[in-house]
Design a protein around this ligand. Structure first.
Ligand code: COA
Length: 231
């Protein structure tokens, strides 16, 4: 019954309880019971029009559009659990929205409420011989709205835009322990890239260097590890 109801809602977009009951050949009470179950699962939602309830599949009414300055508070709310302090993220997002290419900063809105965002950029040149590479820099869907295809919708919209602009490959970095995010990117078609991300801490005094190789030892200053060896 639940699947049939979802099928009808997907096809029609928005349906009254009575209309749905008639369509399925069940009494209004039965249709209402299953609709409430689907609502509790987050698969449908309803809005009241007078005394009647109008039901929609959850992702219906979802709009994917460029982010705007007014979206910032909603973006920060979604991102808050992942940041020790929000200021640097807020500044980066502000800059991204105001200065960068708007179609690479997308928001998902349901009835005017921002429930997800994705931010990308295009690099004309990329290390490792990768030309014109798209990067996904930030992404989030509000907790109450997850598992309804919103993340997928945002990801696919950005990937489509990357393709439209001749991007050859898309990259992102994901925390090693974030299985949810890894699974999400795998579902979009991402795989491990054949490179190792390296980092070091710049804190503390490294002047004595503990015997480690310096940039000069590695010849990085003279054009990189494969650079000019001659002088
Ligand atoms: C990852 C995230 C964007 C997914 O958004 P969503 O709207 O729930 O995703 P969708 O419903 O569109 O799911 C798309 C795919 O992602 C995967 N996925 C989503 N949530 C998942 C989870 N909890 N576990 C495993 N896979 C998951 C599934 O493969 C799913 O494919 P399916 O629809 O075929 O099942 C969302 O969970 C999120 O914002 N998480 C926090 C992001 C984060 O860690 N940010 C910090 C670093 S910036």
């Amino acid at each position: 019954m639940e699947e049939k109801i979802l099928e009808v809602l997907q096809r029609r977009g928005e349906v009254h309880t009575e209309e749905l009951a008639d369509h399925l050949g069940v009494v209004r009470h039965t249709a209402a019971k299953y609709l409430e179950i689907l609502k509790a699962k987050g698969l449908v939602r309803c809005r009241r029009v007078g005394n009647a309830k109008l039901w929609q599949p959850m992702a219906a009414g979802l709009t994917i559009r460029p982010l705007r300055r007014e979206d910032l508070p909603a973006i920060l709310k979604i991102q808050q659990p992942f940041e020790r302090t929000l200021d640097p993220f807020a500044q980066t997002m502000s800059h991204q929205i105001e200065e960068n290419d708007s179609i690479l900063s997308l928001g998902a809105a349901l009835e005017g409420e921002l429930v997800g965002f994705i931010v990308g950029e295009i690099r004309q040149w990329e290390f490792g011989g990768g030309a014109r590479t798209g990067w996904i820099k930030a992404l989030g869907v509000a907790t109450d709205f997850r598992h309804r295809g919103i993340g997928r919708g945002l990801g696919e919209a950005l990937l489509e835009e990357f393709r439209r602009r001749g991007v050859e490959r898309v990259r992102t970095l994901v925390d090693w322990h974030n299985g949810e995010l890894i699974s999400y990117f795998r579902s979009l078609g991402f795989d491990l890239m054949p490179m190792l991300p390296l980092e070091m801490s710049c804190k503390g005094d490294r002047s004595t260097n503990g015997g480690r190789a310096t940039a000069t030892d590695l010849n990085i200053c003279k054009g990189g590890p494969h650079g000019d060896q001659g002088d």
